[in-house]
Design a protein around this ligand. Structure first.
Ligand code: S3P
Length: 447
């Protein structure tokens, strides 16, 4: 089982203007998928720009355990896969560390092969619900044996003779959708997933890119995604775009730090991911898209964020939640510096991320002098306006990278420093966070 490293307390102090370019790492969602799809393809898939965060490295190790050969030469990752249905049975327990995306997608990918695998993770991952994935995988014929409440550690016995399924996802989750599609790859015939709300569509785009027959139809029921099983995958050359969810941190830091002007180049603006930037602009942020273009079939732009002292609280539409689900923690920080209330409804999923993100942020914000109201699926941050947020507290990061980074961004503009008990988890998704922010002029240090 994963054992956490020693906690790394970190402090962020009020700093002068942030300026310069922020080259954020590769997209986490696309990085996981590149490795998993590459591992399911015979021949060599080459990947550049892969996020080398711990979550993705854990997925690479897992794919090796299922039989893929993976190595990095220069800046390129080379994956020699085993083909759809070709996974070997791992000799040992698969440790996915902190990563819900890693474990849920891999469970889907192996569930329709005649092999057995046992999965575990760190204390955060082992507390997260897995039934949302094992329920649809059972329809294919896979069996799962986990702890109470469908938690890891968990053993999946893959279906010997998988049958294709039609599944309507009860939760708005790209991980659930992707697990079903990955399982459908090795089932004969048509697998259908219906999602009522659109979630990130990287799996659909990449499946088509690898040569699968997949279509999406928008109906009254939602998006109906149909995949033909047992495709002949062709190896791909993939340039992973930079992660909008990581871009969120330097962007939001610039908006709340006096005098800042920061350029975040080459960020994917896939509409299923870009909800935060729309929201910030509605709040009055000085955030512009420069050099708008298409990169690998996806809209992309350079983001320019400048200090925005007159932000206004807004009502964030619930239908936008899936397109910014990982960005609510840092949005709540920006909302604290806005005038008026920012109300965020329709966000029940925040309670089952790496931490209960509403609870984790509300605790730290309240301690720092910001009023937060919350219900099961909503929260409201009462903005104090620029220059009026006290800070001066130590917050718990609850093994959640985005909670740790959000409080570090907050400390750049509070009167007194903000501290987190453990910034270690930042390495799961944004290993260069401290050096990148320091390069812009931030004062983030380890105690
Ligand atoms: C992800 C989907 C989202 C997101 C996670 C990455 C993915 O999770 O929070 O960081 O790559 O599919 P859910 O599917 O649970 O919403």
């Amino acid at each position: 089982m994963s054992s956490p490293g020693a906690p790394i307390p970190m402090t962020s102090r009020k700093c002068g203007p942030l300026s310069g370019e922020a080259h954020v790492p590769g997209d986490k969602s696309i990085s996981h998928r590149s490795l998993i799809f590459g591992a399911m393809t015979i021949g060599e898939t080459k990947v550049t720009g892969l996020l080398e965060g711990q979550d993705v490295l854990d997925t690479a190790k897992a794919m090796q355990a299922f039989g893929a050969q993976i190595e990095k030469k220069g800046d390129t990752w080379h994956i020699h896969g085993v083909g759809v249905g070709g996974f070997l049975e791992p000799e040992n327990v698969i440790d996915c560390g902190n990563s819900g995306t890693g474990v849920r997608l891999i469970m889907g990918a192996m569930a329709t092969s005649d092999i057995t695998a046992t999965f575990t993770g760190d204390a955060s991952l082992n507390g997260r619900p897995m039934a949302r994935v094992t329920d649809p995988l059972a329809l294919f014929g896979a069996k799962s044996y986990g702890r109470t409440g469908g938690r890891l550690p968990m053993t999946i016995v893959g279906a010997k003779d998988p049958i294709p399924v039609s599944y309507t996802s009860p939760v708005p989750s790209a991980q659930v959708k992707s697990a079903v599609l990955l399982a459908g790859l090795n089932a004969p015939g048509e697998t259908v997933v219906i999602e009522r709300e659109a979630t990130r569509d990287h799996s659909e785009r990449m499946l088509a890119g690898f040569g699968a027959q997949i279509s999406t139809e928008v109906t009254n029921e939602g998006r109906v995604i149909t995949l033909q099983g047992r495709p002949e995958f062709k190896p791909q050359t993939i340039a992973v775009p930079r992660d909008p969810s990581s871009a969120a941190f330097p962007v939001c830091a610039a908006l709340i730090t006096e005098g800042s002007d920061v350029l975040v180049p080459n960020i994917g603006l896939n509409p299923t991911r870009a909800g935060l930037f729309t929201t910030l602009r509605e709040m009055g942020a000085d955030l512009t898209y420069e050099n708008e273009r298409e990169e690998g079939g996806e809209p992309a732009a350079d983001l320019r964020a400048r200090f925005s002292p007159n932000l206004k609280g807004i009502e964030v539409p619930p239908h936008r939640a899936a397109s910014m689900i990982d960005e609510y923690p840092v949005l709540s920080v920006v909302a604290a510096f806005a005038e008026g209330k920012t109300h965020m409804p329709g966000v029940k999923e925040l309670r089952v991320k790496e931490s209960d993100r509403i609870d984790a942020m509300a605790r730290g914000l309240r301690a720092a002098g910001v009023q937060v109201d919350e219900g099961e699926d909503w929260w409201t941050v009462h903005g104090r306006g620029f220059g009026n947020v006290k800070g001066g507290v130590t917050c718990e990061s609850f093994l959640d990278h985005r909670i740790a980074m959000s409080f570090m961004v907050m400390g750049m503009a509070t009167e007194n420093p903000m501290r987190v008990d453990d910034g270690g988890p930042i390495a799961t998704s944004f290993p260069i966070f401290e050096s990148l922010m320091a390069g812009l002029g931030a004062q983030v240090s380890r105690d």
